[in-house]
Design a protein around this ligand. Structure first.
Ligand SMILES: [Zn+2]
Length: 150
């Protein structure tokens, strides 16, 4: 899996950039071929603190708009999900990637799993497992404070 924008960086440099607010971001794109639809993560992009995290979302979103819709039934469903993800600035995988031991060995499968885990966490309380909504500050089922996501 390619990680863009950190080429040649030492671990120390990377840690510093993350500390200053840099993030690893993955976007989504959808391709439909006849009745088959594939939802896939893009490469990983390192976005520095002041960099725009919507710019790398443009290509995968265009790809999805052109090729994603046509599969029935998953084309439109996956496409809407992928576009929503991209419009919100992609998936922030900074914590997951920084705790991975070897950055060279992060494969597309690993990224997919990280994204799936995160999508689960977005929708279900980590404490009681009930469904939660992104504007909640506290879980309304068990009362645990929920981290706000930006
Ligand atoms: Zn809960």
């Amino acid at each position: 899996m390619k990680i863009h924008n950190i080429e040649g960086w030492s671990n120390a440099r990377l840690r510093l950039e993350v500390k200053e607010g840099g993030k690893f971001i993955v976007y989504q794109y959808v391709i439909s071929i006849l009745i088959m639809t594939f939802k896939r993560p893009t490469d990983v992009y390192f976005i520095k603190k002041d960099e725009n995290r919507f710019v790398p979302a443009i290509m995968p979103s265009l790809l999805t708009l052109i090729f994603g819709w046509w599969g029935i039934p998953w084309g439109p469903i996956y496409s809407i999900g992928a576009l929503a993800t991209n419009l919100m600035g992609g998936h922030d995988l900074t914590n997951e990637i920084m705790t991975a031991t070897n950055h060279e060995e992060i494969s597309e499968e690993v990224i997919k799993e990280m994204v799936q885990e995160q999508e689960k966490k977005d929708r279900f309380c980590g404490s009681c497992g009930k469904e939660i909504f992104s504007d909640w500050k506290f879980c309304k089922n068990c009362g645990i404070p929920l981290l706000s996501k930006h």
